[in-house]
Design a protein around this ligand. Sequence first.
Ligand SMILES: *Cc1c(COP(=O)(O)O)cnc(C)c1O
Length: 400
Amino acid sequence: MIYMDNSATSPIKEEVLNEMLPYLKEEFGNPSTLYTLGRNAKKGLDQARANVADLINADSKEIVFTSGGTESDNWAIKGIAIKLRDEGKHIITTEIEHPAVKNTCEYLENFGFETTYLPVQENGIISIEDLKNAIREDTILISVMHANNEIGTIQPIEEIGKIAKENDIIFHCDAVQSIGKIPVDVKAANIDLLSMSSHKIYGPKGVGALFIRKGLRLDPYIHGGGQEGGKRSGTENVAGIIGFGKAAEIAKRDLEVNTEKLTAIRDALIEKILDRIPESYLNGDPDTRLPNNVNVRFAAIEGESMILRLDAKGINGATGSACSSKSLSPSYVLSALGLADADIHGSLRLSLGTENSLEDVDTVVDTLEEIVATLRTMSPIWDNEKNASIAFDESSFTSH
Ligand SMILES: *Cc1c(COP(=O)(O)O)cnc(C)c1O
């Protein structure tokens, strides 16, 4: 099996699992209790907090554990909306945010908040001029993701942070896809709030964190017994947090090696796909993109059929985003790039992980080439006659 859907989720690393296991067995204490068993759990949480802080150049005190990226996004945005509702009700975000941000902004519109959704350029990156022009007297929050989950493009967060600071506006950044893959520095980018998730960096699911800059007071989103320094109630997901901490430590330790390795695989995949498959194109920016993201589109292809046929050959990828790939509505992210619905449906995201190797490239491209050719022979919109010589050969057809 070749797993290339790491932006949907990534497998737990052995080192991470080994770190978690004791906390699911003998070290089962509640970190809020005073005796040794509880203190051991508390110690584990402290270490995890330090590791997560370290990954983004923050202080341990600025990290609050949550149930994942979605909760962190909701807390950051709704928290600022409630806190600053008397100062203004305008939020600036982009057209390509994850649903956890997009749907939260849309929800707030029911309560009198107004959102400006910045468009992106053809390469998936916002224009700084657009951002400057969108700022109003009553703007209370700028929420722009670091790297996009579908097309991997990276936003200029240092510039955005500078503009937010100059205008005295809170800057929230969804960094779920970027932490551990490219350097993230909350200080350099003047970030006030930053969302993270464990399961996209080889940690367990159902755990994440929100970075809250020192000095910024955010009311709790989950009220209760006052865990996490009173900021996020509920008995901590101890084993999950320990796993997240270990995953963060490993991600930081291996960042350079992984970047080099994944970039080589990414570029080889893109080059071979575009070279060997007729009418295939890259979505997003060729350079300003995550080292592990490939997103390509094929003319006259139904994404779902492609995914199922790849699966039958042991290869996992995604069409559209994972969250909406079960529905047939075209991805709004790809739509924001200006792509037509047919091209969106013919798009494929391959998100690489550290388990992938350069040897996978030929297997994937060979398989893909065959599948695309086969699907096109069945496509009413593909001009089979005109393209017969380049896209179709007998052998690939009879093999199915
Ligand atoms: C996966 C993802 C989320 C949601 O994180 P969960 O931990 O799955 O809730 C938010 N934003 C982005 C960009 C993501 O890729």
